[in-house]
Design a protein around this ligand. Structure first.
Ligand SMILES: *Cc1c(COP(=O)(O)O)cnc(C)c1O
Length: 348
């Protein structure tokens, strides 16, 4: 057995560096009893799907997968043919962090990236991208993919998603939402999950609760049920069909069934706000994007960044040489923030 360090500090590198929250852990314990059918044909999986339908107040189709990359790539493959392009933000996770999975599972589907302030796309640019594409010779725009919360820690309001979906639908594009941090957006805006998804025109959603305290808590949620046909085969072919499915269902039961998803998301958002407020007055610090969810994006002087890294803090330099990303999680504490800020103050 390797020896683990006694002190297990929390960091700000990613919200997926956190462990499993007590509610999800308890649900994992609960489903871990007796023999039950595999591949999703069990009562726990049925319960988790029902909880997601209640969450969205609509009879959507739900499929569980192991990670967000699979959810995104398989959702987009469902919307697109090989000759299609997915319009997405230039910082999109599907563009930078998925090793070409959308193209691989789409059999050639390409990505068309669009710039936008604070990680957000605007209807005007979607319209322009569709109009400007060179007919027949470049990939045909087939889908719009949005990320909520965005890769810059900001959120789209329901009206913004509505406007973007309306433009996409007008041009015959389908709408995908990457909701790896959907809960943080719901917590930030205080609106119903339906208002940020199907009621705003989203056709298919990658929903993740892994970063919010779950374990492999990733789902493809299909609102336009026509699209759900054969998604199960795509999942199986991609090697994403869990045999012991009840363990993928457990986190959803633990988090959605108790309301913990909202408590944890609110907490992470609150911690990020506190962190942003405490770091901003430092000499040379400049907030790069509004802190609207659980991530702080801030320019810090190089000596502060290097000093913090030397003192053992984990976080990424995300934009340019000095644009730092500090992610807060369901288990980030006020004392974690105070400790980081104290070190930053000493160094500045
Ligand atoms: C974390 C994340 C995902 C999921 O990534 P996996 O590592 O494949 O689970 C997807 N989209 C965004 C925006 C993310 O931050």
């Amino acid at each position: 057995m390797p020896t683990l360090p006694v002190r297990r500090p929390r960091h700000f590198a990613s919200d997926n560096n956190s462990g499993v929250c007590p509610e999800a852990w308890a649900a994992l314990q609960e489903v871990n009893s007796g023999h039950l059918a595999g591949y999703g044909d069990d009562p726990w999986t049925a319960r988790a799907c029902d909880l997601i339908r209640e969450f969205f107040e609509t009879p959507c189709e739900v499929f569980f997968v192991f990670n967000g990359t699979a959810a995104n790539a398989l959702a987009l493959a469902t919307l697109c043919r090989p000759y299609h392009a997915v319009l997405c933000h230039e910082h999109a996770h599907i563009r930078h962090d998925e090793c070409g999975a959308p193209a691989f599972f789409g059999g050639g589907t390409s990505l068309h990236t669009i710039a936008g302030e604070h990680g957000k796309l605007r209807p005007r640019e979607i319209d322009a991208a569709v109009r400007d594409h060179f007919p027949l010779h470049s990939s045909k725009p087939g889908a719009l993919s949005l990320t909520q919360t965005t890769e810059c820690g900001t959120v789209y309001r329901p009206r913004e998603i509505q406007a973007l979906s309306a433009v996409a639908h007008r041009h015959g594009l389908r709408v995908h939402l990457d909701g790896a941090r959907f809960a943080n957006a719901v917590a930030s805006l205080g609106v119903a999950p339906a208002d940020l998804s199907w009621r705003a025109g989203v056709d298919i959603l990658s929903l993740g609760l892994t970063k919010n305290g779950g374990l492999h808590a990733e789902a493809i949620v299909v609102f336009d049920r026509e699209l759900a046909r054969d998604v199960d085969y795509r999942i199986k072919q991609a090697g994403q069909l869990a045999s012991k499915m009840r363990f993928l269902a457990a986190s959803w039961i633990g988090l959605l069934g108790t309301g913990a998803w909202l408590t944890h998301a609110r907490h992470a958002n609150t911690m990020a706000r506190k962190l942003a407020t405490a770091l901003q007055p430092l000499k040379g610090a400049r907030l790069l994007h509004p802190t609207q969810a659980n991530g702080v994006f801030i320019d810090l002087p190089p000596r502060v960044i290097q000093g913090l890294h030397r003192r053992g803090w984990h976080f990424y330099v995300f934009e340019g040489e000095t644009g730092c990303r500090l992610m807060c999680s369901w288990d980030t504490t006020e004392s974690d923030i105070e400790a980081l800020v104290a070190d930053a103050r000493t160094l500045s």
